[in-house]
Design a protein around this ligand. Structure first.
Ligand SMILES: [Zn+2]
Length: 320
């Protein structure tokens, strides 16, 4: 029997959508029902105001998405959120860094896919103002149907009336009000509503799901390639991704070095999938654990054009 790749795609899309909720299913209930999240505020709060010489960006990883705190001189921005249902995990991640919800002034969302905006509505209810770029306005509810379809009881649709609408052209002025020197940049490619944050002082870019730089070759003359062309003119030193590992551009270009054997194994898994082999058969033929095969294929079918390094980076399996 030949493997139906559209079936893999459907299966994996469903799996991917459910995974963050499964991993977080009980924690939010505890946080919400015991009302413990205000305890975050009782922890002696770390200072989040940026001082010269300090790193402006702090990574918060509590779901499948990398989210970030940007510390300005007058306020702190959260960049992206996890899936709806991960609010408790966000609080826990903040608590571990000695940071309170109340210290966060606003939320900027790289794009309105469910793994980046899932908590936006809920965070707005807790006083964190959502910021919507003008180029994102028509996509704000693009993922609502996904949460409805999975009966996600945690999802709160975003109310634009509670949001701050910022024009991309005026974004420097907005960020300045938070003591951040930088701008929002419209970077279509992964989605038409994708935006990046550029930080002048850090020479850093937060790019959401824009394809990693080491895949640039395959995106020439596409919206992704054109977006990167504009971004690289800024001569960034560091790139923070929505899923891949942070790239330091002065020391080395992000070639994503990895174990040769693992690289060859992933390449073989992809080749066998393209020949129509089932994940079970691929696992038998390569001796790779079934979970690894399924994870590799999930990334392969849900990220068209992804490179082997891109798969390894996204799965964070280089250390296996
Ligand atoms: Zn994503």
């Amino acid at each position: 029997m030949f493997w139906d790749t559209s079936l893999i795609k459907r299966t994996y899309i469903v799996t991917e959508q459910h995974r963050p909720c499964q991993e977080a299913s009980w924690l939010p209930w505890i946080f919400l029902h015991l009302k413990t999240y205000p305890l975050c505020g009782k922890i002696k709060a770390a200072k989040l105001k940026f001082k010269a010489g300090e790193k402006m960006v702090t990574q918060l990883k509590y779901s499948n998405t990398n989210t970030y705190l940007i510390s300005g001189k007058k306020g702190c921005v959260l960049f992206d959120t996890g899936w709806a249902g991960t609010f408790g995990l966000l609080c826990k991640a903040l608590g571990e860094k000695n940071i309170t919800l109340q210290q966060i002034s606003c939320l900027i969302i790289s794009h309105f896919h469910p793994d980046h905006m899932g908590l936006a509505g809920e965070l707005a209810e807790h006083g964190i103002e959502p910021v919507i770029a003008d180029v994102q306005l028509e996509y704000v509810h693009a993922s609502d149907h996904i949460f409805r379809k999975e009966n996600n009881r945690f999802f709160v649709p975003l109310d634009e009336n509670k949001a701050k609408i910022v024009s991309i052209r005026q974004s420097r002025k907005f960020l300045k009000s938070l003591g951040i020197s930088g701008e929002l940049i419209h970077t279509p490619g992964h989605s038409p509503d994708s935006i990046c944050v550029w930080l002048d002082d850090d020479r850093s870019l937060l790019v959401g799901d824009l394809a990693p730089l080491y895949e640039l070759e395959m995106h020439k003359n596409t919206p992704t390639g054109e977006s990167w062309e504009r971004l690289l003119k800024l001569r960034p030193k560091r790139v923070y991704y929505g899923h891949a590992k942070t790239a330091e551009l002065d020391s080395s270009l992000p070639a994503a070095p990895c174990d040769d054997d693992l690289y060859a194994l992933v390449k073989r898994i992809i080749r066998l999938c393209e020949k129509g082999q089932t994940p079970e058969r691929i696992s038998l033929r390569t001796n790779a654990p079934q979970k690894l095969v399924k994870d590799v294929l999930q990334i392969y079918v849900t990220h068209p054009g992804v490179s082997i390094n891109g798969i390894l980076d996204r799965l964070e399996i280089k250390d296996l």
